[in-house]
Design a protein around this ligand. Structure first.
Ligand code: IPM
Ligand code: MG
Length: 358
């Protein structure tokens, strides 16, 4: 029987509770489809800091490198907010993405019909649904450029971060955007700030160059401020949005909220091989942690992405997505997405409900 080795990093806040439900669903799919799953748990973020003093212990990196895929909950919380930048939980997350060279972050924002009422957008905008893929460059740009804090010679406190992209970094993410569009609706919107930033002008030139290999794909360019606006007035114009690390971080939160709740948005981070890191986009939500209130669907849908992208198990992946849709259609929802008629259930019950339908 085929066996897959999965590194599991529950992390902080609601991370552990949503990951538990995702593992439950994964086990059920494995049983149904006849493959074995072996889990190896590792620490990242705040829990890792508490145990080892480091947000990303070397042991964790090795466990991830020795796996077929990685499942992550979330990192961060009030407790670690005052630590210096490189010792914060978030540094663990940025670190593992970088160490595994996962430069491409896929964040699909889809409106599920039963959740149409949960979207903050007017019905006339969401009537025909919404299906946008935000493809965020994940290991470059301003999150990884040189940064410094110092006192200048006049005694003023100064800080800087540097936005930097190399040609090959833009090329490879652009290529993936066109490839993704081919399997979708054939349209790529590259988002930049080329009216101001030199990095963006380089970005745009390279995207145009790569586009020559994809004459079947429609390409357009948009400034990031305009893109933020277009997402709320005409989201239906987007198919694949490809953009740099910071713009992608911001726009993917916006796109996710259009679907009703950030609690619904899964993500896949991939590099050039099949090893991928799968995580919900929502973060650690320390205010509701441990209360069985969190929505595990983003984590569960992340596992569906794992089956599709890392293991090429399309049918098994689809089983999870169909089960999620069924639960929503049956009106069972966690508090964050609950429509008027919904029966509100907790995190654990949501995991059970999805697993039962597989
Ligand atoms: C995300 C998060 C992270 C990021 C943080 C927690 C470092 O916001 O995955 O979008 O900025 O990438
Ligand atoms: Mg973010």
């Amino acid at each position: 029987m085929r066996k897959y080795k999965i590194a599991v990093m529950p992390g902080d806040g609601i991370g552990p509770e949503v990951v538990k439900q995702a593992v439950k669903v994964l086990d059920k799919v494995g049983t149904k489809c006849g493959f074995l799953l072996e889990y190896c748990y590792a620490d990242i973020g705040g829990v890792a800091i508490d145990k080892t003093g480091e947000p990303l212990p070397e042991e964790t990196v090795q466990i991830c490198k020795g796996s077929d895929a990685v499942l992550l909950g979330a990192v961060g919380g009030y407790k670690w907010d005052d630590l210096p930048g490189d010792k914060r939980p978030e540094a663990g997350l940025l670190g593992i993405r970088s160490k595994l060279e996962l430069f491409a972050n896929y964040r699909p924002a889809v409106i599920y019909q039963p959740l149409r009422d949960a979207s903050p957008l007017k019905d006339r905008i969401t009537r025909d649904g919404l299906d946008i893929l935000v493809l965020r460059e994940l290991t470059g740009g301003i999150y990884f450029g040189e940064k410094k804090r110092f006192i200048d010679d006049q005694g003023f406190a100064v800080a800087f971060d540097t936005m930097i992209y190399r040609k090959f970094e833009v090329e490879r993410i652009a290529r993936l955007a066109f490839e993704a569009a081919r399997l979708r609706n054939g349209k790529v919107t590259s988002v930049d700030k080329a009216n101001v930033l030199e990095v963006s002008r380089l970005w745009r030139e390279i995207v145009i160059e790569v586009a020559r290999d994809y004459p079947d794909i429609e390409l357009n360019h948009m400034f990031v401020d305009n893109a933020a606006m277009q997402l709320v007035i005409h989201p239906e114009q987007f198919d694949v949005i490809v953009t740099g690390n910071m713009f992608g971080d911001i726009l993917s939160d916006e796109a996710s909220m259009l679907t009703g709740s950030i609690g619904m948005l899964p993500s896949a981070s991939l590099g050039s091989g099949s090893l991928g890191l799968y995580e919900p986009v929502h973060g650690s939500a320390p205010d509701i942690a441990g209360q069985n209130k969190a929505n595990p669907l983003a984590a569960i849908l992340s596992v569906a992405m794992m089956l599709r992208y890392s293991f090429k198990l399309e049918q098994a992946s689809k089983m999870i997505e169909d089960a999620v849709l069924q639960v929503l259609n049956d009106g069972q929802m966690t508090g964050d997405i609950a429509t008027k008629e919904a029966k509100v259930i907790g995190c654990e019950e949501m995991g059970d409900a999805v697993a039962e339908r597989i």
